[in-house]
Design a protein around this ligand. Sequence first.
Ligand code: ADP
Length: 177
Amino acid sequence: MRKLPNIIVTGTPGTGKSTHGERLAELMPKMTYVSINEYIKDHSLQDGFDEELQSTIADEDKLIDLITPDLEIGGRILDWHVCDIFPESLIDLVVVLRTSTTLLFDRLKGRNYPQKKFDDNMDSEIMEIILSDARESYDPQIVIELYSNDKDDLESNCQRIESWTKQWIIDNDEDTQ
Ligand code: ADP
């Protein structure tokens, strides 16, 4: 049985996944933050390149094969905009970050994405695509939607996730069962 939970931090690009992941790792040194984009690069898990979107295509089967043993150990904070491919039995919390469209517009403008990628991401946020994917792929009770508009949101979200993690550890401690 895992002693630490696995948490997915997901959301449209620009909503603050990496900012939250890094802050969570500071607050909870026993947890390991994994940027899946970096993991794909580090482990050569690319399966082509989408020229139109200027995006790497990931080999998701290889990614799951490689990361599953880490998830079985537990204590992973996974940061990726795709949330629905990880084994349901190994995921304890799915945090879907949301950002107001005006703020997201400004954040994405700074990234110099191709127009189609920019439009697709804005549409995805407006249509709540990632939230729907998360609720369809995992028990909706473990999916939480949190706003990431400003620094106060960042801090309160991370504290909330830290409290949740502490409680998970108590609830799953074999010695107290
Ligand atoms: P993602 O990993 O989802 O693509 P980032 O964490 O890279 O998003 O954040 C995108 C930009 O928005 C960064 O400049 C970051 O500092 C800013 N940002 C993200 N979340 C917040 C927040 N809650 N408050 C203020 N700025 C934020």
